[in-house]
Design a binder for this molecule. Structure first.
Ligand code: ADP
Length: 587
């Protein structure tokens, strides 16, 4: 750094000195030379006029002698020339050997009665002269001053100028070294300070009291270090608080980077997965495909995802919520083991009770039928009682059947036999299977939109879905109306088809839509009971569809009928959905 700054300063000084020298040499030398020449011309003019006054005539007696004396006195070459241009006397050359001077400009001017001057190289002596001529009787006198003297004086000055420049250069080098040394020492301190800051030494300070630019840089860095230290302390304390908080939380929490490396975990997670090491890959800690898939999806979509973690600890089930962070994600595990156990006990209980009720109910129905057959078809109150018993017994039988179905679907006992099947086949089967039931209720079923696209489904389970939806439409819509079936493509990225069953019934108010698929939820309890409903049909529909990896919803406006819609995965996404179906099935 030192040499670079030194050279920069030196180059700057050399450029300044060189420019100054060249400027001086050109501008000053020229004007100085011009003024010297002007002075010499003036003095030579005065002297030549004196010369003319003294000689007056070309026939002046003792001319050579006088010319030589005048030359000495004037310190210039003196010449006398007659009107024809012939040199009559010259202080420095032999006149007969000299050429005719008639063409010399200063001589021509003198013959015209003026004092003329001209600078040129002398033919006789071969050096540059300044000639000044003045008229006399019968010719002219002339003085010549060698300009070489001006040149010599000027080159003397130039020499001095160059010497001064060289001296200035030496001084500049010394000054550049000194200045470079000073600057470099200060910059090096700043550099070391900045390096310290970069490596995390936030408590160091730099003190540079000068107010120049370097001092200002040092002060700004100092301020930055102070701010960084404050921010760092604040961050550290909030991080500590946050860590204490998360460590006190009972739920296991883990933070991962965007390349799925473990960044941090709380105490609960470390206790759950003792082999956990920071910076290890998540896949080495959590070998649960559902969780890993949720993490992958959350990181890709920058969206929260959740999944069930069954393989985190033996015999325990967690609900894992993956929430994206700016450069990674946070996974929170909520222990569902107890809830799942209670749920399972409840499901098992319902299934057992339903199962146990089946046999006595069948025998009640059987005996009631036998008794009815043997009772005469009169207004006998006994027959009335028997009819009530038969109606309620079959209602109970439906209820137990539905409860059993729901328990089987919910527990995953009903294993779906998934296959690729065209959507049209599912619709046609539904239409054929339920045509009779619809006719009984004075309804007609029609397929509005079909598709040959394949879906992944268990046809029997889907027929159960259609049965429940179409039977509802038969139950609640007025006679002589249409039940419309159809299928259409959805816009969601998973590639699913949406099936629908539409009726022109009473419709369902929006406030019921959220709870409609809950078990035993009824909009109109009396109407449902009268129609022989159990309140479980839509709950069964929901679970079957969820087990296929699909979703259910309703679109309905009171007085304008209802449309029940459910989605099924397309065959192209078979692998993904088979996995998720088997996962939801075991829920
Ligand atoms: P249910 O056996 O009572 O029909 P579901 O679970 O099948 O039980 O339906 C729940 C409730 O939703 C029904 O009680 C009924 O009030 C309402 N519902 C279902 N389908 C329709 C429909 N197509 N039109 C009007 N209401 C309906």
């Amino acid at each position: 750094m030192r040499t670079r700054i030194f050279f920069k300063l030196l180059v700057a000084a050399v450029i300044v000195i060189a420019v100054a020298t060249i400027t001086l040499d050109f501008a000053v030398r020229r004007s100085w030379e011009a003024s010297l020449r002007q002075q010499i011309t003036l003095s030579l003019t005065q002297k030549v006029e004196l010369f003319a006054h003294e000689v007056q005539d070309v026939n002046h007696p003792g001319l050579p002698q006088d010319v030589s004396e005048i030359s000495k006195a004037a310190n210039a070459r003196a010449t006398v020339i007659n009107r024809a241009g012939k040199v009559l006397a010259d202080s420095e050359a032999n006149p007969p050997e000299m050429e005719n001077h008639a063409t010399r400009p200063e001589f021509i001017a003198a013959l015209q009665g003026r004092t003329g001057s001209n600078a040129r190289r002398s033919h006789t002596l071969g050096i540059e002269f300044l000639y000044v001529a003045a008229p006399i009787h019968g010719g002219a006198v002339r003085l010549a001053y060698p300009l070489t003297e001006i040149r010599e004086t000027v080159s003397e000055v130039r020499k001095t100028l160059i010497e001064a420049s060289a001296l200035a250069l030496i001084i500049a080098i010394l000054l550049a070294m000194l200045a470079a040394n000073l600057i470099v020492r200060r910059l090096r301190r700043i550099m070391l300070f900045a390096e310290g800051l970069a490596s995390g030494e936030l408590s160091t300070r730099i003190s540079d009291n000068s107010s120049d630019e370097i001092g200002q840089v040092a002060a700004a860095l100092d301020k930055t270090a102070r701010r960084l230290e404050d921010t760092f302390h604040a961050l550290e304390s909030s991080r500590n608080q946050f860590e204490t908080l998360l460590n006190s939380v009972r739920e296991p929490v883990i933070a991962i980077s965007s390349d799925q490396k473990v960044l941090w975990s709380n105490g609960a997670f470390s206790r759950l997965v003792p082999q956990l090491r920071i910076r290890d890959s998540l896949i080495e800690m959590v070998r649960d495909p559902e969780v890993l898939e949720a993490v992958h999806a959350s990181l890709a979509a920058h969206d929260a995802r959740s999944a069930k973690a069954r393989m985190l600890a033996p015999g325990r089930i967690f609900q894992c919520t993956v929430a994206p962070m700016p450069s990674g994600a946070v996974l929170v595990f909520h222990d569902l083991t107890d809830i799942e156990r209670v749920e399972k006990t409840r499901r098992d209980f319902i299934a057992n009770v339903s199962h146990e009720l089946r046999t006595p109910l069948t025998s009640i129905q059987g005996y009631t039928e036998t008794l009815l057959d043997s009772t005469p078809k009169t207004d006998d109150p006994v027959r009335e009682f028997l009819l009530v018993i038969r109606r309620n017994a079959s209602r109970m039988a439906r209820l137990t059947e539905d409860l059993l179905k729901l328990a089987r679907v919910e527990s995953g006992e009903w294993k779906l036999e998934l296959q690729n099947i065209p959507a049209s086949a599912l619709l046609i089967d539904a239409e054929i299977n339920l045509r009779g039931s619809a006719t009984q209720h004075q309804k007609k079923i029609s397929i509005e939109r079909s598709s040959d696209q394949q879906v992944v489904a268990d046809p029997d389970a889907i027929q159960q879905v259609f049965t429940n939806l179409i039977e509802n439409a038969c139950k609640y819509a007025p006679a002589d109306t249409q039940i419309t079936l159809g299928v259409r493509e959805t816009k969601n990225e998973g590639g699913q088809l949406e099936f629908y069953v539409r009726d022109s019934g009473p419709g369902i108010a929006a406030e019921h839509h959220g709870r409609l698929f809950e078990r035993f939820y009824r909009v109109d309890r009396a109407r449902s009971r009268e129609a022989g409903g159990t309140g479980l049909g839509l709950a069964i529909v929901k679970h079957i569809v969820l087990n296929h990896g699909g979703t259910v919803r309703i679109e309905s406006v009171v007085g304008q009928g209802s449309t029940f819609l459910f989605t099924l995965p397309c065959a192209a996404n078979a692998v993904h959905h088979e996995e998720s179906a088997s996962a939801t099935q075991s829920r």
